[in-house]
Design a protein around this ligand. Sequence first.
Ligand SMILES: CCC/C=C/C=C/C(=O)SCCNC(=O)CCNC(=O)[C@H](O)C(C)(C)COP(=O)(O)OP(=O)(O)OC[C@H]1O[C@@H](n2cnc3c(N)ncnc32)[C@H](O)[C@@H]1OP(=O)(O)O
Length: 307
Amino acid sequence: MTFIRSTFKKNRSLWLPALNYIRAMSSEGPTSAFSTLSISRPSNAITHVELNRPEKRNAMNRAFWSEMVDCFTEIAGDSECRVVIFSGAGKIFTAGIDLMDMASDVLQPEGDDTARTSWNLRRIITKYQETFSVIEKCPKPVVAAVHGACVGGGVDLITACDIRLCTQDAWFQIKEVDIGLAADVGTLQRLPKVIGSGSLVNELALTARKMYSDEAKSCGLVSRVFPDKESMMDGALELAGEIAARSPVAVQGTKMNLIYSRDHSVAEGLDYMATWNMSMLQTQDVMKSAQAAMEKKTPKEVAFSKL
Ligand SMILES: CCC/C=C/C=C/C(=O)SCCNC(=O)CCNC(=O)[C@H](O)C(C)(C)COP(=O)(O)OP(=O)(O)OC[C@H]1O[C@@H](n2cnc3c(N)ncnc32)[C@H](O)[C@@H]1OP(=O)(O)O
């Protein structure tokens, strides 16, 4: 068994396309073959992605940075999935980048001279950025459910999610300045768009001060705070169920257009929306939803085709 596992790990790039194909064919949805992520389908059309290195506080090691890309690429193409819940196993959500594992990759980049070393480092940084950008590029909404600590890379991760929930004991820390880094995989770009106060973003990023759940709620980083993890996961599942019950054409179009509008002018956003809907409005989902509304049915009573 150990031999099979190590052979699989070594030849991962050869096996992965076949594995993804098998997963895509499965009506059960993705099955976990990742070492840092656990994937399940707790309910119809809902995929649960769980950070799964609890003994290391879900620290983000090198496997994690690439597994996330494989995982969300798969989810994006999985027509059985309409919404994703993202949480952490064990005591906390995540301790951020794996400090034991980052040294060789980020701190000692290879290269024959400064130009080549810099170029390699740039390539590594953009690869790391993609780890969280895939969440945003995935058309299915992603609900982050945070308990305990959410440190460094954890904040990068959740700012790329569409909805954030947390427990009363949750805290958030843009820890990068404390380890000599300017956070470079999304927090500095996305957090100012998530919370209204530029002053607060600057304060948190420049001082690495911990922000606790009450402040996270009042500044808009999270939309709901739950007493404990169990009630949060129930709440996340219920919320995901509401999203999954609605037309996937409408839901995915809403996500993509919200993100586009965040990064463009109102005029550009409206133009993009018109182009989007000139095809998407032709969906059968509009007629089905309108008819259901006339008949006073809830979206849960309407059967929408897979997307
Ligand atoms: C191009 C790169 C872009 C990315 C940049 C990202 C940057 C960042 O993420 S900066 C933030 C880095 N993280 C930290 O500084 C957090 C360090 N950890 C902690 O402060 C504590 O562990 C924490 C408060 C999160 C939890 O404390 P707790 O008492 O519950 O656990 P510990 O006993 O400290 O740890 C348990 C085992 O987990 C290992 N571990 C924890 N954090 C990390 C980490 N970040 N990297 C690697 N390993 C970690 C810890 O060593 C313990 O392991 P063991 O001794 O084997 O039991």
